[in-house]
Each structure stands twice: as structure tokens, then as C-alpha cells.
Design a protein around this ligand. Structure first.
Ligand code: NAD
Length: 438
């Protein structure tokens, strides 16, 4: 019987580059930011030109045998923005919106993120345009193994080290590490971070990004002279980042009044019972809309973003805070758990309204900090206690926050601009010192 070949119904990657652009293209936002900061830092035009292009890009077509026997072909990407400060580091995302421009933007953000928290890594990102919620586990496994084999020429523990991102997790990292180990003929667990602990993953890695978000909020409250117990918080996105941040902040005494996931949101002005919600999520899957409790109201994601809170933590996807809702945001502090959750226009509105925004490249750097610690442990073949990992994370997050806060005050710029200026200054200086090969 002839094999039926189906091309994935997802949009071809090129549509976003040569066809009609998405309304808010994150890559445009990131590049505009690079241009602005290069101008402010008075960067050499040649170094500016280097920073506004990714170092290397790989686009692959990933054929996968589906459970019903059909072959589907998915678009996959790995983009390395910069390896100036060290091996490239960045997540792998599985989502229908993954495209080349998104990978470029997120790779550049990884370069700045590593630089701003002083980690010796460059930036990369990748992913596959697919909807894993419509796929079986074995289909996702075959997709992961084929994708890994196709991008392996540019991966390596000293070249480029993937990690989990949206819709990927330690299991996906285990499949990547196993695939590479089989192809290389020896164990290469240090090819990825965010692995399961029995394979050499670091204790504390799964919670690291959310923990970092909570550490940053604590530092902001310290600077503002506020107590966690007087602070109400709303969190958009209840996955790896959002659920851990909400749980730790709840433990620290903050009142978590709103949370949401892709299914919708929950709101209670008296504070949500986070422990009870976590039990629901553990037993019933991620859908928050199915959670019921007497004094909890269902709200939409838009309502969550504009709810009456002191602190808003966007921890879902990019471009959630836009020109059309930024003026309605009531939080005085925004901690960007997600990558790129605020559009450029919205950022201007928030700045004019004196809302403190801790930018993604600093606020969600906890994941890459512990990825770095995992990589160090893997290379040394020596593993640390969780308390040691958390202590190192806390020190690095606080140091990164202090440096950005003080730089912002000194230069009279926002935290976002301060973080970008510091990060780009560090990378540009390294390019200058290394020189241009040959
Ligand atoms: P995840 O897949 O574990 O969780 C994503 C959450 O967002 C889920 O609760 C999902 O239901 C929700 N969501 C999806 N679409 C939504 C929508 N339209 N409205 C509201 N909620 C929606 O992903 P994650 O690992 O928590 O990552 C979240 C964000 O944090 C992403 O921007 C990611 O790039 C960023 N990030 C993650 C890490 C990490 O270590 N996991 C590190 C740095 C940054």
C-alpha cells in the first residue's frame, strides 16, 4: 500500500518572514531594542552589526511516523545568536507558533540573559512547529529523536546545550540525551540541562525559574520597603514557571489572588488556596477552569492581567501585555516570568505610568542559572545538595538584580533598558577583547 504523506497543517515558517507578518513580531521588538541600546552605548557600528544577527541558524524538516501510519513533516529550528561568552544555551519549544523569527528573538534574549546574570554562556533557542497536545507520547518521542538527530551537527556540551521550554520537559531532555548518546556511541548526558535527576539533572532545576522569579520579587519588595504579607499577586500561566513562583510566594506570605492557564483564570480577593489548587492540578491535569471553590471566581486571561493587584507575573507566552491593555493594568510591579510578555508599545505605556517592570532577561534567569550549575556538575561528575544549588541560585539572582537596579538608577533608565545596556556592554566588550577571526 502506498504510504500517505501529509504535511503538517501548521503554517510554513517562511510565512512569517516573507508573507504577512504577525501583528507583533518578537524578533522586530528584540532587534529594535538592540538598535536602541547600541545607540545609547555608542557601540562601534561593526559590533552593533554582529549583535543584530544570529551567528548561526539551522532550519530542518522533521518527518515523523504518526501512530496511524501517516508521515507528517514538521518544521524545526535551532538558532545560535552568540557564542562570544561561552557555549550557546537555550530551550527547545514545541508549539504551533514556533517559527524562525521567534527562535531568533528568543536566542538573542538568551544571550542577554546569560550576560546579565554573569554566566559564561552565549544564547540559542529552537523548537518544532507542532501541537504536542494533539500528539501521543510516542509521537512526541519520535519527533524529539528525529529533530535531535537533525540538529546534532551544531549541538554539543561545548557548543550548544538545549534545555526545556514551553511544552518540553525533563522527559524530552532525556530523549534528546539518549538519542545523542546512541549516535555518538557513549553517554553524553551533559548535552542537555533540565534532565531528570537520575540522568544527571540538578536538584532544584525544575523549580529554578519560578524560584528565581520569587527571589526577584522579594528583592523588589525590599527596595520598596514593603512586606510580602501586604502584597497581592496575580500570575498568568500555571506551568513550570508560574506554578512554582505562585507556590513559593504563597509560602513567603504574599497573597496570591489570581492565577490562570490556557483554559482561563481564577480570582479571589481574599487569596487563593494555592496548596488546594496544586492538588487539583496534580490530580486533574493542568486545566484550572475545572477547579471549583466557594469564594473563587472564574475570570478570563484578559481580566487577570488587569485585575486589582500589587504585582503581576506574566508567566505564559509572549506579547500578553500590549498597547490595547497596558493602560488598564493596575499592578504597580510587573515581574516578567515569561520571555517577551510585554510589547514595545506597552513597555512605553508602563514606563510612562511609573510601573516597575523587572524584565524577562533578569526575572526569569533562574532556569539558566541552575542549568549552568547542572552543566558544571555534569562536567565535574560531582553532584551537589539541593540547598547548595538554591544558595548559588539566590546569590546569583540577587547579584544580577542589584547590578541592574543600581545601573538603572545611575543611568536614570528603566530596569529593562538597564539590563539590556549592561548585558550588551558585556558582550560587546568580549567581542572587542576577542577580536574578529581571522
Ligand atoms: P509551561 O508549558 O510549563 O507553562 C505554560 C503555562 O502557560 C501553562 O499553564 C499554559 O496553560 C499557560 N498558557 C499557555 N497559553 C496561554 C494563554 N494564551 N493565556 C494564559 N495562559 C496560557 O511553560 P513554562 O516552562 O512555564 O514557560 C512559561 C514562559 O516562561 C515561557 O515564556 C518560557 O519561555 C518562559 N521561561 C521558561 C523557563 C523554564 O525554565 N521553564 C525559563 C525561562 C523562561
Amino acid at each position: 500500500m502506498e504510504q500517505q504523506v501529509a504535511v503538517s497543517p501548521a503554517k510554513p515558517a517562511s510565512e512569517f518572514i516573507v508573507g504577512e507578518p504577525r501583528q507583533h513580531d518578537l524578533w522586530d521588538t528584540v532587534r529594535a531594542q538592540i538598535d536602541d541600546v547600541a545607540h545609547r552605548l555608542n557601540l562601534d557600528p561593526g559590533i552593533h552589526a554582529i549583535l543584530r544577527r544570529p551567528e548561526r541558524e539551522l532550519t530542518v524538516s522533521v518527518p515523523v511516523k504518526m501512530d496511524d501510519g501517516r508521515i507528517e513533516v514538521f518544521a524545526g529550528y535551532r538558532v545560535q545568536h552568540s557564542s562570544i561568552l561561552g557555549p550557546c544555551k537555550g530551550g527547545i519549544r514545541y508549539h504551533p507558533d514556533v517559527d524562525l523569527n521567534e527562535a531568533r528573538a528568543l536566542a538573542a534574549l538568551m544571550t542577554w540573559k546569560c550576560a546579565v546574570v554573569g554566566i559564561p554562556f552565549g544564547g540559542s533557542k529552537g523548537g518544532v512547529q507542532c501541537d504536542p497536545r494533539q500528539m501521543s507520547e510516542s509521537e512526541v518521542c519520535r519527533l524529539t529523536r528525529r529533530f535531535t538527530a537533525m540538529i546534532l551537527p551544531i549541538l554539543g556540551p561545548k557548543r550548544d546545550i538545549p534545555a526545556p521550554d514551553v511544552n518540553t520537559n525533563p522527559q524530552v531532555m532525556a530523549w534528546i540525551a539518549d538519542t545523542v548518546s546512541m549516535l555518538e556511541g557513549h553517554s553524553v548526558m551533559e548535552i542537555v540541562t533540565g534532565k531528570p535527576v537520575p540522568l544527571g539533572g540538578s536538584l532544584g532545576r525544575a523549580e529554578a525559574t519560578g524560584r528565581g522569579v520569587a527571589i526577584i520579587l522579594t528583592e523588589v519588595l525590599n527596595r520598596l520597603g514593603r512586606q510580602p504579607s501586604d502584597t497581592t499577586v496575580a500570575v498568568q500561566g500555571y506551568g513550570n514557571v508560574g506554578s512554582v513562583a505562585a507556590s513559593l510566594l504563597d509560602e513567603m506570605g504574599c497573597k496570591i489572588v489570581g492565577i490562570s492557564d490556557v483554559s482561563g483564570g481564577l480570582y479571589s480577593p481574599r487569596g487563593l488556596d494555592i496548596a488546594d489548587i496544586n492538588q487539583h492540578v496534580a490530580h486533574r491535569g493542568y486545566l484550572l477552569k475545572e477547579y471549583q471553590s466557594s469564594d473563587v471566581e472564574s475570570i478570563s486571561n484578559d481580566e487577570l492581567l488587569t485585575s486589582d493587584v500589587d504585582v503581576l507575573i506574566p508567566a505564559a507566552l509572549e506579547h500578553q501585555i500590549r498597547a490595547d491593555n497596558a493602560a488598564a493594568i493596575r499592578a504597580g510591579v510587573i515581574i516578567e516570568g515569561a520571555n517577551g510578555p510585554t510589547t514595545r508599545e506597552a513597555d512605553d505605556i508602563l514606563r510612562d505610568r511609573d510601573i516597575i517592570v523587572v524584565p524577562d532577561i533578569l526575572a526569569n534567569a533562574g532556569g539558566v542559572v541552575v542549568s549552568y550549575l547542572e552543566w558544571v556538575q555534569n562536567l565535574q561528575r560531582f553532584f551537589w545538595e539541593e540547598a547548595d544549588v538554591n544558595l548559588q541560585l539566590e546569590r546569583r539572582m540577587i547579584r544580577g538584580f542589584d547590578e541592574v537596579w543600581d545601573y538603572g538608577q545611575e543611568k536614570q533608565v528603566s530596569l529593562r533598558l538597564g539590563a539590556y545596556m549592561l548585558a550588551m556592554h558585556r558582550v560587546a566588550t568580549a567581542i572587542g577583547v576577542r577580536g574578529i577571526f581571522p
